[in-house]
Structure formats: structure tokens, C-alpha cells
Design a protein. Structure first.
Length: 526
């Protein structure tokens, strides 16, 4: 073989390798921020927890929830451990987050996939629901100590619960549960869209008022779900009933309208079959309703690796999806116009006003611990600011905030960790350390502190200023992937804005309000 032939073969091989890497390499295209931000908007603190993932025994999923167990105005955060690893309850003291779960009656050594916090028995103390590899657990709190029991469920032997959300679906005063199930790790196949043997049926559990739960999924009109890892109740048409959105990891996004009689009606949503990971909801356009954002594999994973058993009539969708809500169960796809059409792999999402300018911004956990290319080069796990905060807006990457998270991110958790009224950020990561960053933004804000109880679920809060209406927030029981966010709702304010009124409307329609509240204060709802 001549030298020229050898060189040609080597060249062809090198070109093939470069082409393959360019095709497989995680890439994104996000608008850059058009101006500089003040430095030190968020300051990182030490966190006493590093998650351990056992890839042979458990799914790459970890649960977390914000909860104020001692009513001191500083939120604690429970984070689940991996298989064989204890859970933690993190509390802020002396400039760091430390584990205080000892003697609380909470920890378990089965992998924890999802956590939800809410006062289920209406005694004024927040309880916890925990979805684990070992089953679904309910913990009642009494003076910062928890007493738990496993909820008896007729779960198929090949399934495990990974998510839990709560709503009073029939407005009878008690909390009903929706449990997301996936096929257990040893039988799980990625990209399984059509194999009925590996498609699980989620559970809608009706509460009889005495904490006895019965599965009414079939009578309620809820069908099967394709290994749904995230589900949330949120009122989409402002009829004072919370509807159900199901994020399916190998299927289409499912939306069900709550008819108010313990029944739901499927609403067509042309999302296309995708590996949907999580959702965020928020009033991005300030029209009073909740818009929806869904994360997907994006540009990180070529569609060829995701098609598996797709039929010829099914076209896979790998892009993220931002839907503007029209209040009548119709939605406009505004992904491209908001600059979110060319993002990489995304996990848990959350809308929050990060820079306190009066517009909803976005936090997105990223990277797949099971995708080899993310072991070589990780996506940033980002903060995106909405610029401008209203009207013809786009989301722009804001690295100056210091919120990037180059880990295998599960979800952000939003909570006021240090009690200063500003919501902080805690990144929950799979197979790595949790990261907490305190919000030191200089803008003005008003925070509405809602008791974390069933009666407040579905309550909307809107801030009216002398410069117009702010966005509307809704209290829900699950946000992010496997997580539950704080019920302390923070509203940033445009420069020089004065607050005229803060209006709260619960599901029963009996609104209340605060007139001309003090800026940079926390308004406590009785």
C-alpha cells in the first residue's frame, strides 16, 4: 500500500470521526444578553449533600421539595438520596445549608424519585408525600417531627412511582393525588413509544377525607401514560378547577380538562411524540393565564437514537415547546419567537423573576447522565432572562448572574433559603453535589407567603402597579421535575414602580387583597 493511499485512508477516517463528533456533540444556539448585569447577583454557598446514583438499581431521577418546618421564614429543602443513600433535609445556618434530617422520621434508603409538600390533614403543619423505588410514602408533621406510612397502591410489579402532585379535583376540601409511574429500571427501554408491555398507567387517587385513597383513573377518563416522569395540576382556562398536564418521556404531551365532577376530558395537543422531560408554567405574556413550556432532548441527541419503535406515521419531535395559552384550551406555539427553538437536552424547568425587573425568567436544568457525549462536554444548565420583560420578548442567556450549573441537573428548586424575602435557587443534581445560590439582586420586589395547604392550591396572585399589571402566578403542588417549589410567590417590580394592590383569588372565587404594600416586604396570608 503506497504512502498516498495510507494518507488518504487516514484522512477519510479522520473526516468521518470529525463529522460524527460534530453530529453527536451537544450544541445550542441561544441569544446573548444585550447588556451587562451587575456582578454578584447570586452568591453560591456550601451545601451538605452530594447525590449518589446507582445506575444498576435505580432511574436517574431524584426528588426535592421546599418546606418551612419551623415557621421561621427560612425554607428548608428535602432532597432524596440514591439507592442505599439516606435522604437529607437542608437548612440554612451560618452561611451554608446543613443536613438536619436526623431524628425527623423522614429518611429512607430506597432511591427517592419525587417529593411533594402540602398540609394534607389541615392541622397547619406541612406534610410530605415521597415517591420512592420502594413505593409511595405519606409523612404527617407534628412540630418538626414526621410520622410516616406507606400508601397501599395496586402498582404493577414492573412499575415504580417517580412523581406525585396534589389537587382538590372536586373541591370537597381534601387533597387528591396523581401518581406518575414508569417501568422499573431493569425492564426500562428508552424510546419505547408503542410497546404496550412497557407502558404504565398512572394513578389518580381520590381522598375520602380520612386519608384513604382509591384509584379512580379509569372512571375519571384518564388513559395510560408513556412512562410519565412529571405531572402537574394547573388551571388552564380559569374556570376555578385545576386541569392536568402529563409529560410523557416517550409519547405526546397529554392535557386533560377538569370537568369538576371527578372526571377529566382529553384535550388534543399536537406536540408530536418526543422524549419530553419536564414542564414549567407561568404567565410569560402578562395576560393572566398560565403558559406552558416543555423540555426535550433538543439538539443534544440525534433523532436517530430516539426513534426505536416509532411507526412510519409517527414523526419524532426533539425540540422544546413553548405554548402561549389562549384560555380556551387552544395554544399558540411561540417557541421560536421567544428564542427557545435551538436548545440542547433539558430536564427540570422553572419560571421565576431572577433579576427583579418585573418579567418572568427561566431556569433550566440540563445534561443526561446516560448520554455519553455529556460525559465529555456538559451543557451549562442555564438562566435565561426575558428581554424586555414584556412585549415582543425573547429569552437571552445570562451567564453574568452566576447561575450556570454544569452538572447532570435534575431540577432547580426555588425557595427563600435565608429569609430575606428574595427567592433563592438550589440546583438538584443527579450523581453529583447540590448547589445553592442566594439571590442578591438589587431590584424591588413583593413576596406573598401562602400557607402550604390544600385550600390554597390553585390560588392565583396578581400584582397591580402604577405602571400596569404584573404577571399572574398560581399556587401548585409540583413544579420542576420530581420537585415541589415554594408557596412563597415573589414578584419583581419594574424600576420606580409602586404597588397599588396585590390580589389573591382562590378556587372558591372569594378574593382578598393587600393595598399599597411596602416594597421589599413579605406579605403573609393568614
Amino acid at each position: 500500500m503506497t504512502k498516498k493511499i495510507v494518507i488518504a485512508i487516514v484522512g477519510i477516517f479522520a473526516l468521518a470521526v470529525v463529522t460524527a463528533l460534530a453530529w453527536l456533540w451537544p450544541s445550542e444556539s441561544v441569544s446573548e444578553l444585550p447588556y451587562n448585569l451587575p456582578m454578584q447577583a447570586f452568591v453560591e454557598i456550601d451545601v451538605d449533600f452530594e447525590h449518589r446514583w446507582n445506575e444498576e438499581e435505580s432511574h436517574p431521577q431524584v426528588g426535592a421539595a421546599a418546606i418551612d418546618i419551623d415557621s421561621d421564614g427560612k425554607m428548608e429543602v428535602m432532597i432524596g438520596g440514591g439507592e442505599g443513600q439516606a435522604d437529607v433535609l437542608l437548612s440554612y445556618a451560618d452561611g451554608s445549608l446543613r443536613d438536619i434530617i436526623a431524628d425527623k422520621g423522614l429518611s429512607h434508603h430506597s432511591a427517592t424519585y419525587g417529593i411533594c409538600s402540602v398540609d394534607l390533614n389541615s392541622d397547619g403543619q406541612t406534610d410530605l408525600l415521597v415517591a420512592r423505588k420502594a413505593g409511595l410514602f405519606l409523612y404527617f408533621q407534628h412540630n418538626a417531627v414526621f410520622k410516616g406510612r406507606q400508601i397501599a397502591l395496586d402498582i404493577p410489579r414492573d412499575a415504580v412511582p417517580v412523581g406525585i402532585t396534589v389537587a382538590d379535583i372536586d373541591q370537597d376540601g381534601d387533597g387528591d393525588l396523581y401518581v406518575s409511574l414508569v417501568t422499573k429500571k431493569s425492564l426500562y427501554v428508552k424510546g419505547n413509544f408503542n410497546d404496550s408491555r412497557r407502558i404504565q398507567t398512572n394513578m389518580l387517587l381520590l381522598n375520602d377525607g380520612a386519608m384513604n385513597f382509591s384509584d379512580i383513573s379509569q372512571s375519571a377518563g384518564l388513559g395510560k401514560a408513556h412512562n410519565a416522569i412529571h405531572s402537574t395540576f394547573v388551571d388552564l382556562n380559569e374556570d376555578r378547577y385545576q386541569d392536568l398536564v402529563i409529560v410523557q418521556s416517550a409519547g405526546e404531551i397529554a392535557v386533560y380538562r377538569n370537568l369538576g365532577n371527578q372526571r377529566f376530558e382529553s384535550v388534543p395537543l399536537p406536540s408530536g411524540p418526543g422524549h419530553w422531560q419536564s414542564m414549567a408554567f407561568g404567565d410569560i405574556d402578562r395576560d393572566g393565564d398560565q403558559d406552558l413550556l416543555f423540555s426535550n432532548t433538543g439538539t443534544s441527541v440525534p433523532a436517530l437514537f430516539l426513534e426505536n419503535d416509532l411507526e412510519s406515521s409517527q414523526t419524532p419531535n426533539t425540540a422544546w415547546l413553548l405554548l402561549r395559552n389562549n384560555k380556551d384550551f387552544s395554544f399558540d406555539d411561540v417557541t421560536a419567537s421567544y428564542g427557545l427553538d435551538d436548545l440542547g437536552f433539558g430536564r427540570g424547568l422553572c419560571f421565576e423573576d431572577l433579576n427583579l425587573d418585573g418579567g418572568l425568567d427561566l431556569l433550566a436544568a440540563q445534561n443526561d447522565i446516560e448520554w455519553p457525549m455529556h460525559h465529555i462536554s456538559k451543557l451549562p444548565g442555564k438562566a435565561l432572562l426575558q428581554i424586555p420583560p414584556k412585549g415582543n420578548a425573547r429569552f437571552c442567556e445570562a451567564e453574568q448572574l452566576g447561575l450556570a450549573n454544569r452538572n447532570y441537573g435534575q431540577t432547580p428548586v426555588i425557595a427563600d433559603l435565608d429569609g430575606d424575602g428574595r427567592n433563592d435557587v438550589l440546583w438538584v443534581n443527579i450523581g453529583g453535589p447540590a448547589r445553592a445560590l442566594l439571590n442578591k439582586s438589587k431590584g424591588n420586589f413583593v413576596t406573598v407567603s401562602m400557607p402550604d395547604k390544600v385550600a390554597n392550591l390553585g390560588t392565583t396572585v396578581t400584582v397591580y402597579t402604577d405602571q400596569g399589571v404584573s404577571f399572574t402566578k398560581e399556587v401548585v403542588a409540583a413544579g420542576g421535575s420530581g420537585a415541589d417549589q415554594t408557596t412563597e410567590l415573589m414578584f419583581g417590580l419594574a424600576a420606580d414602580a409602586e404597588v397599588d394592590r396585590v390580589v389573591l383569588i382562590p378556587l372558591n372565587g372569594q378574593f382578598s387583597y393587600f393595598d399599597k404594600p411596602k416594597l421589599n416586604s413579605k406579605l403573609r396570608v393568614d
